[in-house]
Design a protein around this ligand. Sequence first.
Ligand code: FPP
Length: 250
Amino acid sequence: MSDPATSIESQARVIEVAGPRHVAIIMDGNGRWAKARGLPRAAGHREGVEALRRVVEACRELGVEHLTVFSFSTENWRRPPSEISALFDLLRLYVARDLARLRQEGVRIRIIGSREGLEPDLLRIIDECVTTTGHNTAFNLNIAFNYGGRAEIVEAVRAAARAVSRGEIAPDAIDESFLSACLWTRDLPDPDLLIRTSGEQRISNFLLWGCAYTEIVFMEERWPDFDRGCMERALDVFRSRQRRFGGVGA
Ligand code: FPP
């Protein structure tokens, strides 16, 4: 039998150095990247898709299991219609170009968010991604599209209220795990690491419930410039943190 002191020590080391299982990213700075080059904002978003391709690859190689990216928020409807349609077209293009390869490589794609306001062809594309990759297990790419953290919680509360009105659960029996199971993100682990690029230091309504104990790393790079080296630096910062989850640590 191993010496309990040694095994506690080695456990502590594992907790300290283990990489994040779930990385979430607020891909910010596309507009500023484009403006700095005298290009339209849509060009920044297009370049942002290239960065996403690089980062999916890097995460897979670095042992991350889940990558969740914020690609269109419920607040992004406030942008000019031309930018909104450019962002919708990018999802169409990304799926048209990458879905077959990602599916073959064993990537499971989830698209999380509200279906409200999305055009029928986009809904079909979303359903196709989810159903045709649903059995894959090599890596999880979760695209938050038409997503808002508060909207997600409101939807979950509505689902819980409906369950109460059907007599399936008593109000006092509603707990964190019941409400978690009503979220759009119900089958995802909580993010371990949240990265926001381009120097802004806000959560902007992203994964509000799941990020209760997530480590946050803010990086200066604009999203189109983000690459494997940036991801490795973010993972190094994550590994240097001590996670206590409200406790007192090892
Ligand atoms: C924030 O930058 C970025 C977005 C609102 C969109 C992010 C989308 C992509 C990277 C491409 C879409 C990906 C898929 C899978 C379709 P910003 O426009 O707010 O930049 P700014 O703060 O510099 O203006």
